[in-house]
Write a protein that binds this ligand. Sequence first.
Ligand code: C2E
Ligand code: MG
Ligand code: MG
Ligand code: MG
Length: 283
Amino acid sequence: EQTKLLENQNISLQKEISNLTGFNWDLYTELKDAIEARQMRLFYQPLVSLETNLITGFEALIRWQHPQKGMIYPVEFIDIIETTDLVYLIGRWVIETACKQLKEWQKDFPKYADLTMSVNVSTRQLAEFNLVEYIRDILMQYQVNPHCLKLEITECTVMGDRDRTLQILHQLRELNIQFCIDDFGTGYSSLRRLTDFPIDILKIDRSFIQNREWIIVKAIGTLAFALGKIIVVEGIETTTQLAMLKKLFSSSLHGCYGQGYLFSQPLDADSGSEFLASEQVFE
Ligand code: C2E
Ligand code: MG
Ligand code: MG
Ligand code: MG
């Protein structure tokens, strides 16, 4: 009886707080339930080598399979996850699910034994106590080669608490995991961080491709290669864009990878298997 009373008081207090702060309390509780009800899904979008035209890996992207509203995309809920305690629960689930799937594909398709899996990691998740141990355990549990796991961080993460972030990245680096800066060119990162931080891959934001800002694309690629990094070009949708990229980087295609609807939309696990089985070559 008393617990019930307290709970009700708690809820009305929370409602008041959300009115005052603009925090979407309903969405928060709905998400919390959704996680417990196992409504979260991972979809996987292929990454393709612009040199060999073969698939080399996938990026794991979260979706919410809502029983009434259908599929909900991260733009609707990722902010609330990243700014609350949900980030730890979801973040760990994403890492485990993605690693498990990666191992399954590597086993089922010997031709793709070196397949990689990219996972988006938010700033707060990176600072989570025990994240390094957690990832190490998951890699062990599923027998995943750490080099096949790529963590995608944003420029915001790179520009946050430098020392703390560096420390964690170096600890993860010791496991032999790779790092990638996502949506590169749209945030606030300074070039200094590119040499300070152990980054392997720059993912060029899709807005540059969409707006045909080829000079920027070329410059980012040139910078990346000069620093010994590789690039992933996001948001390739047309054969014209692909042809342009191949022309721009004709002498360094071994360091160029692409991702986008031209190759494939993000796929559920079964469609991902079919995709691998089809052994497509993207000329
Ligand atoms: P992102 O990591 O930059 O992922 C790429 C986004 O671009 C995905 O949107 C993908 O579906 C979309 N995309 C791929 N190819 C194309 C294309 O050719 N054209 C266009 N217009 N879009 C394309 P999605 O899945 O809606 O994810 C949005 C963002 O949500 C992601 O951006 C990422 O920042 C975040 N996110 C997704 N999953 C997770 C997760 O598990 N954890 C965290 N922390 N963030 C996630
Ligand atoms: Mg990403
Ligand atoms: Mg991106
Ligand atoms: Mg993005």
